[in-house]
Design a protein around this ligand. Structure first.
Ligand code: ADP
Ligand code: MG
Ligand code: MG
Length: 522
């Protein structure tokens, strides 16, 4: 692993930069590397008539080749780990049970799942995962460190493949970016990334295991979603490559339309446009919603979630698999011996790497653990007390995380002590644990300094030269829980690079901070 990254970005003349911006923007618009523009908040969103380029970077960003390969090579072990967590009710009950009292969202998800889990007709679960890493700069090298592991609505698979294709195109059409840097002329520096195709193939594998060629995939979407072309990219690929139809509905629409046949347990959705036609049977429920409290405005949405869960459709993800992705689980996995138990335990189910002991080795366990940074509970255990001490004495080293997804929820550095004080002062029911127990404390990863890139936001005329931090995501596809080997899949499924200005602690593209980038392997 190199101890330094090339000085970045290479210099361009104003004319070169203007052309590069034009080429990048036109490519983005022509290839569906796009978002919907912001629409007025009132009323239902109109049918789109125009799109804006998704936030992009003019250059790919240098990333150490060995660390890129390392992240990819770990994905099947990570898939197996989280699949086995989702299959371990006792573990989920213990870990999520501990935050359920102080986190109403996790509490509701867990309680609702417990209420129906004994009667779920579909044993097979589909995971479309994304394991996210930042580079950590130590004295002599860079190492990937895991930020989090996403088990629900892991997005940008389609746009990420297009970002890589765009940078390759820019290299070709401009003579390796006008010969601005030798690294840009190395064709092997632009990795092949097929995340769009790989994720669509994962949905198609779930559909195939369901086993009805007339059934369709249901994409559950958020009202007012702007990242629709990322989702539709997968849907177009599903239809053109795999012959699988898909439909899109919000929770509110499903609340009116979705039915489960009481005897067959088929999930059925009538098409309001053809009321006389038989309803569509759903093979796979793919959630690009349902991960955040605002997706559940009332108990009606929870009822709908449970209705879908109790159907024969294969869920991506199940409620159990969503719970497995909680940050609390990430922290518990880091306690001594827990990872060995999940990856090497002799009674663990086959989730694509063979059953129990023998399929993975202590070396695999060590390789996974080497990607972790410090993680602590915020409870009254020994580790929890240490965490509270550290958060008070050295807050600048930490981030405090609630059990939330979607970006914008964490508390950083010196904001932590006053935040904890505020939490402690909030009223709570007698006998309930302190509110801090719904959080985990995590050591901050320190990305390499001195990397810059030109970031472009659709709708803005000028790129911005930013001091940047890049987050690498590795996608995984996992089909598990079924009885026969034919219903088991475990594979790595491409990558994502999101690049943000260093001044921002958070990094979501959806929340308007990151650009979709691609790695230039060095
Ligand atoms: P979410 O599920 O909301 O995406 P994350 O755990 O990914 O939550 O945190 C959001 C962002 O915060 C990350 O994309 C990253 O930019 C930053 N972040 C999270 N954990 C760390 C960490 N340990 N060190 C540095 N930055 C972090
Ligand atoms: Mg997340
Ligand atoms: Mg994240």
């Amino acid at each position: 692993m190199p101890a330094t990254l090339p000085a970045w970005p290479p210099a361009l003349t104003p004319e070169q930069q203007a052309e590069l911006l034009l080429e990048a923007s036109a490519y983005a618009l022509a290839h569906g590397f796009t978002l919907l523009p912001v629409h007025p908040p009132s009323g239902p969103p109109p049918a789109p008539t125009h799109a804006i380029a998704a936030p992009l970077s003019l250059f790919p960003t240098p990333f150490p080749r060995s660390e890129y390969e390392r992240a990819r090579s770990l994905q099947t072990a990570y898939n197996a780990l989280y699949a086995r967590v989702a299959l371990d009710q006792e573990f989920i009950d213990r870990v999520i049970g501990s935050v359920a009292k102080v986190d109403t969202f996790q509490g509701e998800l867990w309680t609702r799942w417990k209420g129906v889990r004994a009667e779920l007709p579909q044993p097979v679960q589909l995971g479309i995962f994304r394991s996210d890493y930042l580079l950590h700069a130590s004295e002599s090298s860079f190492e990937i460190k895991q930020v989090e592991f996403n088990t629900i609505a892991a997005s940008f698979g389609a746009l990420s493949q297009k970002a890589g294709e765009m940078h390759r195109f820019l290299a070709q059409t401009t003579g390796a970016f006008y010969g601005a840097a030798p690294e840009l002329a190395d064709a092997t520096a632009y990795p092949d990334n097929h995340s769009l195709e790989e994720l669509a193939a994962g949905l198609a594998q779930g559909w195939k295991v369901y086993g009805n060629k007339d059934a369709v995939v249901l994409v559950v979407v958020q009202e007012g979603e702007r990242n629709v072309f990322d989702q539709r990219g997968l849907q177009y690929e599903l239809l053109s490559k795999h012959g699988v139809r898909s439909v899109r509905y919000t929770f509110a629409e499903l609340g009116r339309l979705a039915q489960v046949d009481p005897s067959s347990k088929h999930l059925l959705i009538p098409n309001p446009l053809t009321p006389n036609a038989p309803p569509s049977e759903i093979a796979v429920v793919y959630y690009r919603a349902a991960y955040t409290p605002t997706d559940y405005t009332s108990s009606k949405e929870w009822d709908t979630r449970v209705l879908l869960e109790r159907s024969l459709a294969i869920k991506c993800p199940t409620m159990a698999l969503q719970l497995a992705g909680a940050k609390k689980v990430q922290q518990e996995l880091a306690l001594p011996g827990v990872l060995e138990d999940f990856l090497l335990g002799s009674s663990r189910p086959d989730v694509g790497l063979g059953a129990g002991a023998g399929s993975l080795t202590q070396e695999d366990v060590d390789a996974v653990r080497a990607t972790w940074t410090g993680l602590w509970p915020m409870d009254d255990s020994e580790e929890g007390l240490e965490a509270q001490r550290l958060a008070e004495t050295h807050p600048e080293r930490f981030v405090l995380k609630p059990q939330r997804e979607g970006g914008g929820n964490n508390i950083y550095r010196t904001d932590i002590p006053p935040y904890l004080a505020k939490l402690a002062a909030e009223p709570s029911n007698p006998g309930d644990p302190p509110k801090r127990e719904g959080y985990i404390l995590m050591e901050l990863i320190e990305p390499p300094q001195g990397v810059h890139n030109w970031l472009v936001r659709g709708g803005e005329g000028k790129p911005r030269l930013a001091d940047v931090v890049s987050e690498l995501g590795v996608y995984g596809v996992s089909l598990f829980g079924g009885k026969d080997a034919k219903s088991i899949v475990n594979r790595s499924a491409g990558t994502l690079l999101r690049t943000k200005g260093r001044e921002s602690d958070e990094g979501g593209v959806a929340i308007g901070i990151s650009s979709i980038d691609s790695p230039l392997l060095v």
